[in-house]
Ligand binder design. Sequence first.
Ligand SMILES: O=c1ccn([C@@H]2O[C@H](COP(=O)(O)OP(=O)(O)O[C@H]3O[C@H](CO)[C@@H](O)[C@H](O)[C@H]3O)[C@@H](O)[C@H]2O)c(=O)[nH]1
Ligand SMILES: [Mn+2]
Length: 747
Amino acid sequence: MNRPDLHSAFTKINLWKQTQFRKIVYLDADVVAYRAPDELFDIPHAFSAAPDIGWPDLFNTGVMVLTPNMGDFYAMMAMAERGISFDGADQGLLNMYFKNSYNRLSFAYNVTPSAHYQYIPAYKHFQSTINMVHFIGSDKPWAHGRNKFTGTSPFDEMVGRWWAVYDRHYRREATPSQPSQSAEPESPVPEIVQYFVKGEYQPKLRYNVPVGQPRHDQSSPFHGQQYQPPPPDYHHPVQPEQQYPAHYDHYDPPPPPEPQHHHHHQHDGEPHDQHHVPQHHYHDEQSQPGSSIQDSEHPAPTPSVSFRSEEETHTEAREEQAPEHQNWAPQAPPSEPEHKPEPYRPAPADSWDAQRQPPPSDSKPEAFNFPQTHYEMSSDLDAFVPPERYPSPPKDMWYEVPKEPPANPREKPRQIFPWESQQPRATRVFRHQEEPESPVAAPSTESHQETEPSLIESTAGQKSEPQTPTTPTLHAPAPVPWSSFPRTNAWDDVPEIGRYVDAIQKHRRGRSQGAGAGGLPELGEGWERRGSRVTDFPSEDDRPSLPVTPAPIRRQSFWGGGGPGLGLDGEDDEGQLPAAEGVPAQSDWVCVHGRWWTPADCLCDLTNILRYYKDPVAQLQKLAKQQSEALLQRLGGSGALGDDVIGTEGKEIPSRSLPYGTEDAKSPTYVPYSPPVVSPKPVKPDSGSSSVRSILEADHETGYPPANPILAPSYQGPGMTFEKGEDVATFETPALPTDEDLDVLQT
Ligand SMILES: O=c1ccn([C@@H]2O[C@H](COP(=O)(O)OP(=O)(O)O[C@H]3O[C@H](CO)[C@@H](O)[C@H](O)[C@H]3O)[C@@H](O)[C@H]2O)c(=O)[nH]1
Ligand SMILES: [Mn+2]
């Protein structure tokens, strides 16, 4: 606010420390009371104040009713030390501290003058109710003298009330008087008040005490001090370092001026301020030339106190007209006389050459506005006394959890985004969202649960001991007619494509010398290429990407039954979750090589065999044999096929070394892994292509594949991992599901 005079306003915080009082009614020093507001002491609230006229949401801190307590005191001290105040003074701080808890007093307890257009009618209407008037701002009544506001405006009237109070207590007799020798001394008037009231200070007349003599006026702040000439009127231009005459009893007079007899006789047109030495004139309207104790013609030895002649007073008065509203604010120093040697003046800021000149005098310091915090080690030897109470926390800083759940949790949330209106219907439904009329209701799983345990189910904890893996487990409970899968592509018969592919193949063959690196496989002996259908032979990249997340499998909760929302309600609540559209039913998935495959993938492999082997059946038999042998090898068998061997081992745990100490540890979600490749029954050589057909042609009644298909999803053989030139199935230890897989599976 550019009001350095408010530097001590933070001392108002000390009010809260005055706990010897039950209640304090605080008034600013610029408040004049029209009547004694005693009733304020009866306010029960801890803190009351009246609205501020500048911003009525705020309260003005010139009139406050408060209950002292150390908790508020310490809290506000902490804020003050951290510089928390939006106006840099107490009003900003107190408004932040009592923001939500102050009790509003009537404006009649803190009427602040205003020029607002509504103010005058309101003033006229309410003036009889005014309890106290507060002269906010720098226009204090005492800054202007008693003759300044003598009109009839509200402000004039209020200023008049102030002067009435002043005169009752502080007005001095107009005529100089000798110190009373009578038995009843007149009540002394503390002159310090007059000193700060413009036009009221008359030092020399009341106390006829020679300079340098001790004073004996008990009421005077100068009591017992050596009498010193008082400082100039406070409204006199002062140097910045003199602007807070806080220690007026230690006031050091300015250096004595040179004897300046010529000063009062400037009739020669000489500049007034020639040979200017700081002069301090004590303007006394009542003083009569020649009647003062120190005549200007006979200057006192030291210090010199001179009184102005009438003529000079007028001159001075003219000079003083500009600083009409001067208060204690810093003033610019008197302008330098012209003839004085020019002090060095650096270049103005805009043309400053930093390499040659010092910074311009009017430049601001760098980082001028940086906040400054000064820390000091505490030298306080007293033990810390905690405050009686700390400020209560703000009342609205937590989230109130609704006591009642929302009326209908299944209710669709309110639409927020525009596209929600055309939202496609979700096809994957979770247990507790299931709607009876859901078109994607879970297919019944009764049948295949009663038959063999599927590999998937074997991971469900309940059936963690896999049954004898005797048969290929190509469950296909979903009534998907396998024959409906297309085996050709629409573009297979487009001759242009055929020619194009041929050309590419020739080109590649020429380049890669049949290495097959990235190219299409050469069809060597034993292969019959049926046209140039590139799609007959999908490469890894060409194959449609597999859905990677099978539908969630049902598993028993680790905690024994799930809570609501988990969809794991325990044993009785059977039923599979419906799968999303386009994703095969969960029982159709098989895990091979740690990846999940669908029957369609298997079929794709099988189709390849049928297409590219001259004798697919023989090839299938060969593969089956290889796999059997591989399995037997793995089981430690001799390689002979036999039912006695099959099934002795159900668990397949990779022979990987586990970290030390974890050998026996099992995760609660651990599920023994069952190898996907189970022992296929040897295909009878004469069964021929009918066996193959039996795989491919589903039972038309049930939609299921034949109960005992020959071929497992034999991904050990040519298939998804097929590479050209590879016709021997290599056994691969299936890896345990990775953590990521488990995460997916457990969700
Ligand atoms: O050197 C000083 C200056 C101020 N005060 C006290 O502090 C009060 C506030 O100063 P004042 O000049 O009255 O301020 P206002 O012009 O009234 O300014 C407003 O802003 C101030 C700072 O926030 C608040 O203290 C006031 O209540 C509010 O009315 C004064 O009344 C005095 O009681 C001193 O004691 N010594
Ligand atoms: Mn004030």
